[in-house]
Write a protein that binds this ligand. Structure first.
Ligand code: AMP
Ligand code: GLY
Length: 444
């Protein structure tokens, strides 16, 4: 295998997991992480570089200067902005969907129309314009006359997880519409507004690797979006995850492949925009079967930290065959382990939180062993080195701690043993990650 220089875009826990998988691949020359984080910087053959994902020109120049043979993009914004298209124009292999294909995440209106066109099960919905108070009144009148509560309002564009409102009352509808019109960050994303039927059930996410034609399931996970135990409090980027998720049984996964994943991949071919990269399908397991809550055009964070450690294939090779549309030649080799990851956050997140708190105990956490002798893994997200060279907190989600095991119960036990070894002021985390999965296993 010839040597690869890889550029990975991003700085979170998800990208730390991606970079770790890249660094474990055979035939890596150097992996550059832009901008990376202290966790990535400590890996052999990894160098953090100060590149802006928004400056496509600068990224292309960097790739040419450093003989980059593969670019892996972690977050959604650069994908939606067309970084993959720019790189392809310069014949630089890039792992991820084109801007057109990334609209599955970047525009809820596009995703809803797409699912309607290809008969993919999802919540019924109606699309509105929301630019003025009169538009808001019209939406309210429509909800009162044509719909029932609870109802879900979704800003069309990317809104960093803040564009979805599940409304139980008309007062909540009022306040959601007001926020969309008043908030600077939401106004542009919500000039188109999707009003969607509320779906009842348990959520799960399926992570699919696809080259546009062939596809392979990498894993099934369940995220924990709310900040507090028992799914209470505001939404966050994700406070923990586990994989596999027992709510998605084998027959259900087969149904999801047939009714959702295959039609999505074929649909994108029909649109003349075969989807390459990771397709993240967020699902609601309703009484009427699995339905799509949302598509995302990249790995989930923290779900990625749960799934990638189980994938035993050479990761660069997986990306390479995907980019070259030869994924059909590869079988995914999964370790068979269960994993549970717990996000350690700074108190106050997802609102404001302190920074600069010294972090201790990561090495101790990483030497915690499970019964099979596997080590716990700690991925960095919001961390930095201070002026004295000490590792400190520098973000809302600070670290992701991953436990593995031959059962979910063992993975959870292992993750929390490691969590206890890490210390920083204002450390907070959910104590009930994977509880739904454990309950379900007990019932079976
Ligand atoms: P999204 O960003 O579309 O995933 O929405 C964020 C969260 O809102 C989801 O993870 C669900 O918990 C909830 N949600 C979104 N759409 C619906 C729906 N139609 N019915 C029930 N809950 C929903
Ligand atoms: N953990 C949810 C997401 O990455 O969107």
């Amino acid at each position: 295998m010839h040597s690869h220089n890889v550029l990975c875009i991003g700085s979170g826990g998800r990208e730390h997991a991606l970079v770790a998988a890249i660094a474990a691949s055979e035939g890596l020359g150097v992996c550059y992480a832009a901008p990376g984080n202290p966790g990535m910087a400590s890996i052999e053959k990894v160098q953090c570089v100060n590149l802006q994902a928004t400056n496509h020109h600068e990224i292309v120049s960097f790739c040419k200067e450093h003989d980059i043979t593969l670019v892996v993009i972690g977050p959604e914004q650069p994908l939606v902005d067309g970084l993959v298209d720019t790189l392809r124009q310069h014949e630089i292999p890039a792992f991820g969907p084109s801007a057109y294909a990334a609209q599955l995440e970047g525009s809820k209106a596009f995703a809803k129309e797409f699912m309607a066109e290809f008969g993919i099960p999802t919540a019924g919905s109606e699309l509105f314009t929301l630019a003025t108070d009169a538009d808001a009144e019209a939406i309210k009148a429509w909800i009162q006359n044509q719909a029932s509560l609870p109802i879900v309002l979704k800003a069309d564009g990317l809104a960093a997880g803040k564009g979805v409102f599940v409304c139980e009352t008309m007062d909540e509808v009022d306040s959601a519409l007001e926020q969309c019109l008043a908030s600077e960050s939401l106004r542009e994303a919500s000039t188109k507004l999707v009003v969607e039927e509320f779906m009842e059930g348990e959520e799960a996410s399926v992570f699919v690797l696809t080259d546009g034609y062939s596809s392979k399931i990498l894993g099934v996970a369940q995220d924990h979006k709310r900040i507090y135990d028992g799914d209470k409090g505001p939404n966050t980027g994700g406070m923990g995850a586990y994989s596999p998720a027992p709510v998605v049984t084998e027959p259900l996964l087969k149904e999801i492949e047939e009714t959702i994943i295959q039609p999505t991949i074929t649909g994108m071919q029909v649109k003349d925009a075969p989807y390459t990269g990771i397709l993240y399908v967020g699902l609601m397991m309703t009484k009427a079967g699995p339905k799509v809550v949302e598509y995302n055009c990249r790995f989930g964070d923290p779900e990625c930290q749960c799934i990638l450690p189980c994938i035993q294939n050479d990761f660069i090779h997986l990306c390479e065959v995907t980019v070259q549309q030869e994924l059909d030649q590869v079988d995914i080799s999964h370790s068979g382990a269960s994993t549970c990851c717990v996000v350690l956050a700074s108190e106050g997140y997802p609102a404001s939180y302190p920074k600069g708190m010294k972090i201790q105990g990561i090495e101790d956490a990483e030497s915690v062993l499970n019964v099979d002798g596997d080590k716990a893994i700690v991925y960095h997200a919001g961390t930095a080195f201070n002026e004295d060279g000490a590792l400190v907190t520098n973000g809302g989600r600070v670290l992701t701690v991953v436990g593995q095991g031959s059962s979910l119960q063992e993975a959870v036990r292992h993750a929390y043993l490691a969590v206890e070894k890490i210390d920083f002021e204002h450390k907070t985390f959910r104590k009930d990650i994977a509880q739904k999965g454990l309950n379900r296993l007990q019932e079976q």
